[in-house]
Every structure is written in structure tokens, then in C-alpha cells.
Design a protein around this ligand. Sequence first.
Ligand SMILES: C[S@@+](CC[C@H](N)C(=O)[O-])C[C@H]1O[C@@H](n2cnc3c(N)ncnc32)[C@H](O)[C@@H]1O
Length: 230
Amino acid sequence: MDFLTATTQARPQYGIIIKPESGQPLPVRLHTQLEIGFGNGEFTVQYAEAKPEIFLYGIEISQSCVLRCARRAGGLSNLRIINTDARYMLRELFADETLEKIIMQFPCPWPGNGNAHRRVTARDFADGLAAVLKLGGVFEMVSDDEDYSNEVWKVLGLHEALNAESFEVNPARGITTKYERKWLAQGKNIFRLTFTKTKKFTVTRRTSQDMHIKINHNVTPDDVASLKNL
Ligand SMILES: C[S@@+](CC[C@H](N)C(=O)[O-])C[C@H]1O[C@@H](n2cnc3c(N)ncnc32)[C@H](O)[C@@H]1O
């Protein structure tokens, strides 16, 4: 039984955390969605419960958030949790045209030029989004930061495979996140941006490409030590 078909019977009190195999795209079902940066997992679990017809992956870089989400997700069979960095791993974990929706809520806006590579608008990340979404699939970003939302709207809207669909201010949302409630309580506006994939698009996967290094001599302890800084 692989993790796509696994049930939570063995440890029903926890959700299923998976560790994907390098170079192998994750299995998907007909309606597979992804949430990036789910924080405490409150939205994630409520969303997966409310939509039993979808199969949801959640990627989160923080280990403590992953554990918090897993504690909430006990018994849920349509959610798989992954502890990794979505910036690098989105394109490695999913094959082209496999996700019907990618949700990102209240991502850190990473202001300033020095942080440009960390933002959703970084070309590398935008290309990954455009590749793994199905044709007609949707990227939804929710933020409290107007400047950041305007930047995402402009930059992703210029991507050749994405169409900027809607920019809503304070949309009614059935399920909310912890950060959303915090900002709303402070009287801040919430912005929801949606983009649709309109054209086929692909990207190079690094795990099957330049992560391999050929060493033309017997491996020495120095070779192994040199890997530490990678
Ligand atoms: C401001 S919090 C928002 C959490 C949640 N979405 C919410 O609205 O309550 C941003 C989350 O994104 C996660 N995150 C930041 N960079 C990430 C990355 N590169 N890959 C995956 N998760 C990331 C952080 O650990 C954090 O949990």
C-alpha cells in the first residue's frame, strides 16, 4: 500500500506526513490540490474535511507547523503533509499538469530587492506553478499586504502561461486562517488574487538533471566533507 491509498487506521490520532522519494513525482488523483505554507494547519484540515472529493497535499517548511497540522489531521484520509521548501521542491514533487488548484495564504512578503528570489514572483517559482497546474487550473493567493499583492498581480499576470483572473478586496471566505483572523481583527484589508493556467508550460527538473556530480576517482573523506556545504 503506498501513501496515496494509505488509511490512517494505524495511528488514527495523527494525519499522514510523507517523505517523497527523490526524483519521483508524487502520485495524484483526479482532483488534486496543494496548499503551500499552511502554518498551523487549521485551514488545511477544515478545507480537506469540507471537500472529501479532493486529494490535498500540504507543503510547509517549518517542522513544528508540520507537527501541529498532523495533530489536527487525525483520521483524515485525503490529506498528505510534506515538510519541505516549496520554492525549490514544487517542480520536483509534481509532474506537469497534475494539480487543479494551488493555494497560498498569507505568505511572507519578503520585501526588498535582496529577497526578490524568495517571493512568489521569482521567475523560477512562477515557472514551477505554471508547469504543475493543469490547463484551466487555478493559483490562489491571499494576503494582507497590498504592495505585495499588486506585485504578484503584475508579475504573474505577465507570465505567458497564466492569466490574471480576479483581484478581490475582503472576499467572503467560508474557512479562514489564523493570520487572516489576526489581520481582520486589526481592521486590515485582505486581498485574494486568482490566476488561471491558459497554456501548456514545462520546466527542467533539477533532481533528474544537475544534482548529479560525476567524480572521476575513488571517493575520499574530503569528497564527502565537501558535500556538507551544498
Ligand atoms: C505568515 S505564515 C501563514 C500561515 C498560514 N497560511 C495562515 O494563513 O495562517 C507563512 C507560512 O509559510 C511558511 N513558509 C514560508 N516559506 C515557505 C517555503 N519556502 N515553503 C513552504 N512553506 C513556507 C512558513 O513556515 C509559515 O508557516
